[in-house]
Design a protein around this ligand. Sequence first.
Ligand code: URA
Ligand code: SF4
Length: 183
Amino acid sequence: MKELEEEIKKCRKCRLWKSRKNAVPGEGNYNADLMLVGEAPGKTEDEMARPFVGKAGQLLTEILEKNGIRRKDVYITNVVKCRPPNNRNPMKDEIEKCLPYLKKQLEIIKPKVILTLGNFATQTILPLYGFKAENISKIRGKVFDSPLHGIKILPTYHPAACIYAPWLKEKFENDIKKVLELI
Ligand code: URA
Ligand code: SF4
């Protein structure tokens, strides 16, 4: 994993390397039962080379810790490892170029549960395990169980959505509690 993280830091496979300050490979426990996957680094993450450390990240961390999940026990990463300019959505070709890194991380960690944060992560990860990716608003909180892969996937909101729309926070926290039951 260390080697892979170093490779990501030097990667120039898609255009996003040009505008990044730092690639953000991910961080946490390499033997984690739980992996959290977001969309792409934001401004603070790009500056600090760490995932989910900006405003949305602070909310995520707060809700995790409140429910007894320590950041250092899980692995946190994103679908795309470099920040898109002005936080625009990642483009299809950028996701394709970057996806082998996420797949490798999944192979190394072999998590029991993946919590996908927001629509991008959900749409990217579900098809990897043979599930049809429907919109997050339709499937959030639903457990996708693949005994074949020994994995359960739980799509939830992106924590940034819970900042713009605080009424989503309760459901978000319920999903975090559900994750605890799953692992
Ligand atoms: N939003 C994301 O999707 N990922 C981060 O790392 C930070 C904010
Ligand atoms: Fe490489 Fe991914 Fe960064 Fe693109 S986003 S440069 S593929 S690490």
